[in-house]
Write a protein that binds this ligand. Structure first.
Ligand code: FCB
Length: 467
């Protein structure tokens, strides 16, 4: 067994988001978010749960920082709750909301953990949804006001700023497929939402730079490589279609200042656009969207294998046995991470890349010794870290890796049924328990290296959090 070392200064982190962990639904003036509203609708959340309490991180954040210290994290990626800062969506600032993040940032810095906030991880103030949400251009303006207020307050200590997390999910899952808040089924609105998200990213980038002269600003996109199921022209085109729909619709405007022509044409064929002139685009928008970023964050979980069905419609097929899929039904495919990093590096050449999320949902029991033996999660992360290491050797400017997630949490429409955490959470008692993967990751962080063969973690001992 050999160890693959990472470059000195490589940033090891873990990620969470406000709506998924904080709880504190009505604490200290927080307003309603679209996810609070969505979760209250019967049938929207698989287990009938809601994020009102989640991991109760709003009260337990000091304990959670202690867990990060124990892991040895170099950075913590979290998100800021817009409805906590601006309960009515715009205008008045809720001082207690800013105070919360101010204290969190100080707590992180006291442990030498770099705060890596994301301004928008899906929890739009409901008040803004009532005025049109991301389908309305005004929401992009509201986002800039919010970004300026937060960066003004935290910017003396926070230097790494992310505007949005995964605009594809917001636009498509929220506005086209209805699986996420606000639960709409309107492809034309989804395209407007995507544009306003991208525009607000560009505008907010400038606003953050005005507030924080030494800020590094970026965006986090989800990236999923598409492999054709066969060499047939139809399958190859299905893969091209998915890549345009999912990856390039966001990468191209941000990195090149243009929407991908073939993907625009696909939308016309489907009747979502009437012509290549995007009705929601105004002069100067694409230049604003393409404001240079200091880093690009990529979230990688799996790949798609694309096939054209009998009617020629593209669909994702799984070709591996069910036991090789995670609880999300996603194939474990570390080579796809290497391929994705290489492609983004070669074709878009961002100056710096972070893997802003990578992780696996598996449910493993707490055994009689209080241990959670999650070897499958260790194997998943180990494989992906080794793929990331290969990409670095191949020239990709990869600067850090964030595990999704620090804690088991509220997994959107799946409620609490999908568990991604390094720490298991008992949602009745709020007890956190380090899984075997937490011990594994702690060793990786300490060594700045990953073993290149997978070792079974079941050495039989019960491991307690050694504080
Ligand atoms: C990503 C999200 C994150 C979590 C993981 C599993 O798409 O950014 O909040 O849901 O997937």
């Amino acid at each position: 067994m050999a160890r693959q070392s990472f470059p000195e200064g490589f940033l090891w982190g873990a990620a969470t988001s406000a709506q998924q962990i904080e709880g504190g639904r009505r604490a200290q003036g927080r307003g309603e978010s679209i996810w609070d509203r969505f979760a209250a609708v019967s049938g929207k959340i698989e287990d009938g749960s809601n994020p009102d309490v989640a991991c109760d991180h709003y009260r337990l954040w000091r304990d959670d920082i202690e867990r990060m210290r124990w892991l040895g994290l170099g950075a913590y990626r979290f998100s800021i709750s817009w409805p906590r800062i601006m309960p009515a969506g715009a205008g008045a600032i809720n001082a207690a909301g800013l105070d919360f993040y101010d204290a969190l940032v100080d707590g992180l810095l006291a442990e030498g953990i770099e705060p890596f906030p994301t301004l928008y991880h899906w929890d739009l103030p409901q008040a803004l949804q009532d005025r049109g949400g991301w389908g309305a251009r005004d929401t992009a303006e509201g986002f800039v006001e919010y970004a300026a207020a937060v960066s003004r307050r935290l910017g003396d200590r926070v230097k790494q700023w992310t505007t949005h997390n995964e605009p594809w999910c917001i636009a498509t899952l929220g506005h086209e497929e209805g699986h996420h808040a606000p639960g709409h089924l309107d492809p034309a609105e989804a395209l407007r939402a995507a544009h306003h998200l991208l525009l607000s990213h560009g505008w907010a980038t400038a606003a953050i730079r005005r507030e924080v002269s030494d800020a590094e600003v970026g965006i986090v996109l989800n990236y999923c490589p598409a492999y054709p199921a066969s060499d047939s022209e139809a399958d190859v085109d299905a893969a091209r279609w998915f890549d345009g729909f999912f990856n390039r619709w966001y990468l191209d405007p941000v990195m090149r200042g243009a929407y991908p022509e073939d993907a625009v044409a696909d939308r016309i064929v489907r009747g979502h656009l009437v012509s290549p002139d995007l009705p929601f685009e105004q002069d100067g928008d694409l230049a604003a969207i393409a404001a240079p970023v200091d880093f690009l964050g990529l979230n990688y979980y799996s790949r798609n294998i694309m096939q054209a069905d009998a009617a020629g419609r593209p669909r994702d097929v799984k070709t591996v046995p069910a036991e090789d899929l995670t609880d999300m039904g996603w194939e474990v495919y570390p080579d796809g991470l290497h391929a994705s990093l290489m492609r983004v590096h070669r074709e878009y050449a961002p100056g710096k890349i972070y893997i802003a999320e990578n992780g696996a949902a598996y449910t493993d029991p707490v055994d009689a010794d209080g241990r959670i033996a999650d070897q499958r999660r260790i194997t998943y992360h180990q494989g992906h870290c080794l793929a990331a290491r290969r990409a670095i050797a191949d020239g990709v400017p990869l600067a850090g890796y964030f595990v999704w997630s620090l804690l088991d949490n509220f997994e959107w429409g799946f409620g609490f049924t999908k568990r991604f955490g390094l720490f298991g959470v008992d949602f009745d008692t709020q007890q956190r328990r380090p899984k075997d993967s937490a011990f594994w990751y702690r060793d990786v962080v300490a060594a700045n290296a990953v073993d290149d063969t997978v070792t079974p973690s079941n050495q039989g001992e019960s491991r307690a959090l050694d504080r």
